[in-house]
Write a protein that binds this ligand. Structure first.
Ligand SMILES: NC(=O)c1ccc[n+]([C@@H]2O[C@H](COP(=O)([O-])OP(=O)(O)OC[C@H]3O[C@@H](n4cnc5c(N)ncnc54)[C@H](OP(=O)(O)O)[C@@H]3O)[C@@H](O)[C@H]2O)c1
Length: 313
């Protein structure tokens, strides 16, 4: 697996990272602990070294699993996200005291003396503009509790606020049908040499192109509340555009979507979200083995097809 620089942090990581929101069972439905372990171990065997988690995934359980499974793998790199207090209302908290306590809890759960990387988990722009949260992160780096920090952002405006506070790493939603946020931030990200982690690269599974237009999700699956039936029907219809990227060794819509993300040189790593080993194998295999990920001509055709089906990215 090819490696890329994580911005100006000095860290180099294989370009595919394992995300563990789905694997934790929180987002899409239950996953057994045995399967969680198998996916983590297999990801490492396939060359993945970056692992994304949050203190909130499985109430800290996912961090514990990663801490245990990766304990003897000194080249692994765990990205943890903090800023959720389920006992508070609202649940998002970014005050210094809370963040410092959370980092101590993460160190304990991961059984580490120092954390590889911590991101503020979906703060508002106002929370970032206050400076308290980002100052706390810088203080934690200075005191040696963590090596790297950044912000997981929910919009370009929040990304701008994170860049204003000199966040060295951003995580953002980025995929073939939604690349607006990075487009807005791109110039500043290049100028500041910010590391960019792309998440939700399959738009929660939609871009695999395997769903019927009337697909339904159980209530425990976050996708049941994400799209109305009409919206889902419209979006599955638009997927046809992805076919413009298929050809040569790009055999599936899934592969097209993955390679679309990796074809962007500004992406430091792509965070995939498999829920079992079969999905993991497919995702790693279909991500390709390096540039060129997609043919330039086909990328142009894809951009035109997107306009035809009414997608404004
Ligand atoms: N705010 C944040 O910081 C934030 C937010 C979201 C995600 N993330 C991170 O990014 C990771 C991935 O993001 P994500 O879960 O939003 O979205 P994603 O990667 O776009 O989608 C994950 C879903 O895609 C489907 N999928 C995966 N591999 C597949 C395959 N080989 N074939 C067919 N379908 C496949 C699965 O759906 P089924 O369940 O239907 O099989 C899976 O639940 C998360 O685990 C997390 O680490 C961070």
């Amino acid at each position: 697996m090819k490696s890329r620089a994580l911005g100006a942090t000095g860290v180099r990581l294989p370009e595919v990272m394992l995300g563990t929101w789905g694997l934790s069972g929180d987002a899409y439905g239950a996953v057994t602990e045995a399967e969680q372990d198998r996916v983590i171990e297999r990801a490492y065997r396939l060359g993945i070294r970056g692992f994304d988690v949050a203190d909130s995934y499985a109430h800290g359980g996912m961090e514990e699993r990663l801490g245990k499974r990766l304990a003897d793998k000194s080249d692994s790199f765990i990205v943890t996200k903090i800023g959720t207090d389920r006992t508070a209302s609202p649940v998002k908290r970014f005050d210094r005291g809370f963040l410092l306590a959370q980092v101590d809890a993460c160190l304990e759960r991961q059984e580490r003396d120092v954390l590889d990387c911590v991101l503020l988990h979906n703060p508002s722009a106002a929370a970032l503009q206050r400076g308290e949260a980002t100052d706390a992160m810088k203080e934690l780096v200075d005191t040696g509790k963590l090596k790297h920090w950044g912000v997981s952002v929910g919009s370009a405006a929040i990304g701008e606020a994170a860049l204003d506070q000199d966040a060295p790493i951003l995580m953002l939603a980025h995929n073939a049908f939604m690349d607006r946020d990075l487009a807005i931030l791109r110039e500043r990200v290049i100028e500041k040499r910010t590391g960019v982690l792309a998440r939700s690269v399959l738009s929660h599974g939609l871009l695999c192109g395997q769903w019927p237009p009337h697909k339904e999700f159980p209530a425990t699956d976050h996708r049941s509340a994400r799209w109305t039936p009409d919206e889902l029907r419209r979006r599955t219809g638009q997927l046809e555009a992805l076919r413009a990227l298929i050809g040569d060794d790009v055999l599936t819509m899934r592969s097209s979507a993955l390679r679309y993300v990796l074809a962007d040189p500004q992406i430091s790593a792509m965070v995939i979200g498999p829920r079992d080993c079969t999905q993991l194998d497919q995702l790693v295999r279909e991500s390709g083995r390096g540039a060129p990920y997609l043919d330039e001509q086909r990328l142009k055709r894809f951009a035109n097809r997107l306009m035809d089906v009414g997608v404004t990215r």
